[in-house]
Structures are given as structure tokens and as C-alpha cells.
Design a protein around this ligand. Structure first.
Ligand SMILES: Nc1ncnc2c1ncn2[C@@H]1O[C@H](COP(=O)(O)OP(=O)(O)OP(=O)(O)O)[C@@H](O)[C@H]1O
Length: 576
């Protein structure tokens, strides 16, 4: 039952054990008053004398038991919550570590909504199971067991009558679990799909509105909500007849005991006092059994939930070693690189050398594989074939942190944290002084907009950097890269959002960032990479040609076509 959750409980297992112990003692305290009651009822019915002192004592014992029950129950729940929340913490940290070891590309594919749901909602549901189902479930199971045992001590014939209805109720409950478990996978899958669609619907609301796709988007949402309803109803449909049966039978534990027990008393086979006591005790059986069994249904969910969480991020971890960067230079080689997204190969054996201290540009049609190649260099994904080396050392044969120290990657969409712009730049090199951060911002042409925002460099970036324009975000990212001052720079459409007015400044800033470094640059605006030391033309995942701008204009049809298209678009821009 605890197989899946046990590794995450660790030392907090002892708190769960303490919780169970407290709740069990609390249960014993809750059962004892029936015996005290019996001590009063039996002499009264038998016509024996009962002293006031004894009655007062029995009432006092009852009060002590009730107080003990309440105190221990609360203590037990406090232990179980302590254990539950620490276990949730362990699950979250362990998932986060697993997530960290995954290829970054695979994480992105999961999507923000899904990851958020796993880390908050899905894990939170486990709390109910650990904090309540375990102690309360066990307690509610123990009460009836103890009470029934006690009944046997009072009068075994009446006790047998009392439990006669239980097997029927238990059978109905077993049938419900069997039927329900078969439908549980589909029910949860429909719930997960609905949640993802809701998150996507909210995230994509802007696009939906701009393109007037409300109807279509809403239809998909409605469809998923409706299917969730259908799966839930299908689940209930198979469960409810059994649910109705056991819910009506189990609480009526005195079903047989009342008529048949009365007849036993009339026959003189049982005493009236025992009969009354057993009827009283029977009230302490039905409801707890129902409660315990309702918790029992949660245990398969516990394993299921943890299974699902683990499955979500069970991609093979990124290949890396414990070694530092020990390369002899900062030259880069792609050797027969093959790469597939799922089953579709998008790079088909790329051989490419990036000389140390030189700028190499990647050009090609949209979808030719430029960004993918850049992402492979920063080890977002593992290759399907071939290798990439930095200074002769395979990038899989070093720690990912060591590789990150050597490379600055500036992409089109750089994420800014919701802290100050200063702190966002400081990420580049956390040990940098304020002067160095300000200098990096100045060199990345941030000064002009920093003068406009209310607190200058100490202005908050907003959620994901939403307080800034795309171009401003890119300049902050560039400042970050400047501060990092890594020997290898990868620029993937780093100037995509820059307006023509700022482009020149930005290019000047980029020239500063890349001076003396090994640079891989991807740019759609071909004139920005015209002076690169080497230009590589990608065509549908193959390296079609390489050389300088002039060489390629002479030798490559593909490059000539791209250059012509770039020139035409520049002319078109002027006319427009
Ligand atoms: N995460 C992904 N999952 C599946 N396929 C992908 C993914 N990212 C890219 N692709 C596919 O891989 C191929 C290469 O994409 P890539 O982004 O590398 O091209 P690109 O040359 O950089 O394009 P662009 O110039 O438009 O940015 C394309 O066919 C694209 O559809």
C-alpha cells in the first residue's frame, strides 16, 4: 500500500507511526465508555444495588476517556500533517531534481501549465491521503474491530448477529472498487486533459481574441469539459449501485440483531442487559466501517498519483559526466550530428567546425534546423547520433554546469524574472559589482530605456519581463551575456525585436559582446552576418554549403537565392 510513497517519507515515516499510535489509543479511549455504561446498565436491569460513588466514578472515567480521545486524536492528526507536508516537500524536491536532470527541450515540451499542475495540484491531493486517510482510515477500521471483539466478550451469539450484515456490505464495496478501478485511468486522463485545455485556453486567450477564434477555442474547451463529465458519470454509473447497497447495509448493523436478539432474550439465551449494551455498541460499528472503507478507496489513488507523477518526467536524463571543462581551446566541432524530435529526424549528419575566436553564421530557410543546431550545442537535447566537441571534449563528457560556464546563449525570447532589471542582468555573473552591471547595461544599449523607466535599473521587470518591450528584453539579455563574458557565444535571432533605429546600436553592442569569442550566430537578416568569418547554409537538415559571403555568392545557388530574397525584402521594406 505504501510501496510508492515510502521512499519519499524517509525519516517522517516515524511521525506517521506516531500518528497511528496516538489515533489507536484515542480509539481505545472512545470504546471504553461503552464498558462503563455497561457497569451501570447491568446492575440496574438485574435489580442489584449500585452506589452513587461507583456511578460518579464511572462517569468520571467516561469524561477522562472522552478528553483523552479528543487530545490524542488532535495530536495524531498533528503528527500525520507533519509527516504529510514533509513528504510532499520531499516529493516536490525529488521531482524538481529529476526535472533538472532532464533535457531542457523535453521540459519545455511538457509545457508550463502541466508542470505547474504536477508541482501544485497533483502533489497536493496526496496530502489528503497521507494526513487523513492513513490515521483516520486506520482509526475508523480499528474502532469496529475492537467493538466487535468486545461484543464477543459480552455475548458471542448477539455479536454474531451483529456482524451478520457486514459480509454483504463488504462484498458490495469490493464490487464497487473492482468496477471503479477499471474506469479510473480514463477518468483521470479526462481530468488531466480538461485541466491542460483550460490552462492553454487562458494562456492563448490573446491569440484567440486577435484572430477571432473564440468559437473554435471555446468548442475545444467545452468538448473536454463535457468528456470529463461523461467519464465521471461513467465512473459513477458503474459504482453507484454498489455504493447504494453497501451504504444502506453497513450502517444497519443491528439489522439481524434487533429482531433475532429480542427473541434470544425472550428465550432466555441472552440477558436483557447484554442485549441493550450490544445494541448500543453496534452504533459504534457501522459509520466508522463506512468511513474506513471510503478511505480504503483512496489508497489505490495514492499509488496511481505517484506513478503518474514519476511517469511524467521519466525521459532519460541528459547525458553528462562529473568532469569539468578540460578542453584545449574553444573551437567547436559538430561531427556527423543526427537529431530527431520524437520520430522525425530534422538534422541528418551535420559536420561543421567553428574555429576559436571566429564568427560562424547559420542561414537557411525557416525550418531548416538552425535553432535546433544551436540548442544542441548548448545541450538542451542529447543527440541521436554523432557528437559535438568543445575544445576536443565531448559536451556529454562534462557537467552541464561546466558547459554553461563556457557558453552564453542569447535567444529570441529571453525570459526575465520578476525581480529588478539589475538582478536580471546580475544572473550573468552573480559575483559582479554594481558598477560592472551598470557598465554591461550601458554597453548593451540599455541606457536609453533605463532613463525612461521609473526606478532605472532597479525597476521591476514584471511577470516574465512583461513591463518591457521585446527589444528591451533582448538588450537586457545581451547585458546579461556581456556580464557573463563566456568564451563561446550563441546568438539565435538575438536582434529579432530590434527596431531599425536601434539596430545599428544593437549591432555595435553585439560586436563588443562577441569580440575575440567563438561565435555561432543565427540571423534571418542576412546583411547582419555578411561579414562573418564563415557562413553555413542549412537546407532541410543538411549542410548545403559553407564559405564566406563572397565565396557563397559565387558557389551556392541556395545562398544566392537567400541573399536575393533578403535584398528584395529590404527594398520592399523601404517602399512600404
Ligand atoms: N520542439 C519541437 N518538436 C518537434 N519538432 C520541432 C521542434 N522544434 C522544431 N521542430 C521542427 O524541427 C525542424 C527544424 O526547426 P528549427 O527551429 O531548428 O528550424 P529553424 O531553421 O531554426 O527555423 P526558423 O528560422 O523558422 O527559426 C522544423 O521542421 C521544426 O518544425
Amino acid at each position: 500500500m505504501f510501496k510508492k510513497v515510502k521512499p519519499y517519507m524517509g525519516e517522517y515515516m516515524s511521525y506517521t507511526k506516531k500518528a497511528i499510535l496516538c489515533v489507536c489509543i484515542a480509539i481505545i479511549f472512545s470504546v471504553l465508555p461503552y464498558f462503563f455504561l455497561y457497569q451501570i446498565i447491568a446492575p440496574l436491569i438485574g435489580g442489584q444495588e449500585l452506589s452513587l460513588t461507583k456511578v460518579a466514578m464511572l462517569i468520571a472515567f467516561t469524561a477522562v476517556c472522552m478528553a483523552g480521545n479528543a487530545l490524542l486524536y488532535v495530536k495524531g492528526l498533528s503528527y500525520s500533517h507533519h509527516s504529510a507536508y514533509n513528504t510532499l516537500k520531499n516529493i516536490r524536491i525529488s521531482l524538481q531534481k529529476k526535472l533538472e536532470a532532464q533535457p531542457l527541450g523535453a521540459i519545455r515540451e511538457l509545457g508550463n501549465g502541466r508542470i505547474k499542475k504536477v508541482f501544485t495540484d497533483d502533489i497536493e491531493t496526496i496530502e489528503i491521503l497521507l494526513a487523513h486517510a492513513i490515521p483516520e482510515g486506520i482509526a475508523n477500521l480499528l474502532i469496529p474491530v475492537i467493538v466487535i471483539l468486545a461484543m464477543f466478550f459480552v455475548d458471542w451469539k448477539l455479536a454474531l448477529l451483529c456482524i451478520a450484515a457486514l459480509p454483504i456490505g463488504m462484498f458490495a464495496m469490493g464490487m464497487m472498487f473492482k468496477a471503479g478501478t477499471a474506469k479510473m485511468g480514463a477518468y483521470y486522463a479526462a481530468g488531466a486533459k480538461m485541466n491542460n485545455t483550460i490552462i492553454e485556453y487562458i494562456n492563448g486567450m490573446e491569440v484567440v481574441k486577435v484572430f477571432n477564434r473564440d468559437g473554435e477555442s471555446y468548442a475545444r474547451l467545452e468538448n473536454d469539459i463535457t468528456s470529463y463529465r461523461d467519464f465521471t458519470l461513467a465512473w459513477y454509473k458503474v459504482c453507484w449501485p454498489w455504493m447504494a447497497l453497501y451504504s444502506s447495509i453497513i450502517p444497519c448493523i443491528a439489522l439481524f440483531a434487533l429482531p433475532v436478539g429480542g427473541w434470544f432474550v425472550l428465550q432466555g439465551w441472552s440477558s436483557l442487559a447484554d442485549f441493550i449494551l450490544i445494541l448500543c455498541m453496534s452504533f459504534a460499528v457501522g459509520t466508522p466501517v463506512l468511513k474506513a472503507l471510503s478511505f480504503a478507496g483512496k489508497f489505490p489513488q495514492l499509488n496511481y498519483k505517484i506513478d503518474e507523477l514519476e511517469k511524467l518526467i521519466d525521459n532519460p536524463p541528459l547525458k553528462q559526466s562529473e568532469r569539468d571543462f578540460e578542453g584545449s581551446s574553444h573551437g567547436i566541432r559538430f561531427e556527423n550530428v543526427h537529431f530527431s524530435y520524437k520520430d522525425t529526424e530534422v538534422l541528418h549528419g551535420i559536420d561543421l567546425a567553428l574555429k576559436e575566436g571566429q564568427m560562424t553564421a547559420l542561414v537557411g530557410e525557416s525550418g531548416s534546423g538552425k535553432s535546433t543546431l544551436a540548442k544542441l550545442l548548448v545541450h538542451f537535447y542529447d543527440l541521436n547520433g554523432g557528437r559535438i566537441t568543445l575544445g576536443g571534449q565531448d559536451i556529454r563528457d562534462m557537467k552541464i554546469e561546466a558547459l554553461n560556464d563556457q557558453i552564453s546563449y542569447v535567444s529570441q525570447e529571453q525570459f526575465l524574472f520578476n525581480t529588478s532589471l539589475y538582478e536580471n542582468i546580475l544572473i550573468g555573473r552573480p559575483t559582479a559589482s554594481r558598477e560592472e552591471v551598470l557598465e554591461a547595461a550601458r554597453r548593451a544599449q540599455c541606457d536609453e530605456f533605463l532613463a525612461r523607466v521609473p526606478q532605472g535599473i532597479d525597476t521591476m521587470a514584471g511577470d516574465g519581463g512583461k513591463m518591457l518591450s521585446g527589444g528591451e528584453r533582448q538588450r537586457i539579455s545581451l547585458a546579461r551575456a556581456l556580464l557573463k563574458n563566456a568564451p563561446v557565444i550563441v546568438l539565435d535571432e538575438a536582434t529579432a525585436f530590434i527596431d531599425p533605429e536601434n539596430e545599428e546600436k544593437m549591432n555595435a553592442a553585439i560586436s563588443e559582446v562577441i569580440a575575440g569569442k567563438t561565435v555561432l550566430v543565427i540571423a534571418h537578416r542576412l546583411h547582419t552576418i555578411k561579414n562573418a568569418d564563415k557562413i553555413c547554409v542549412l537546407n532541410q537538415g543538411n549542410l548545403a554549403a559553407e564559405g564566406t559571403h563572397d565565396e557563397l555568392l559565387r558557389s551556392s545557388d541556395e545562398y544566392r537565392r537567400l541573399w536575393k530574397a533578403a535584398e528584395e525584402s529590404a527594398v520592399w521594406e523601404v517602399r512600404a
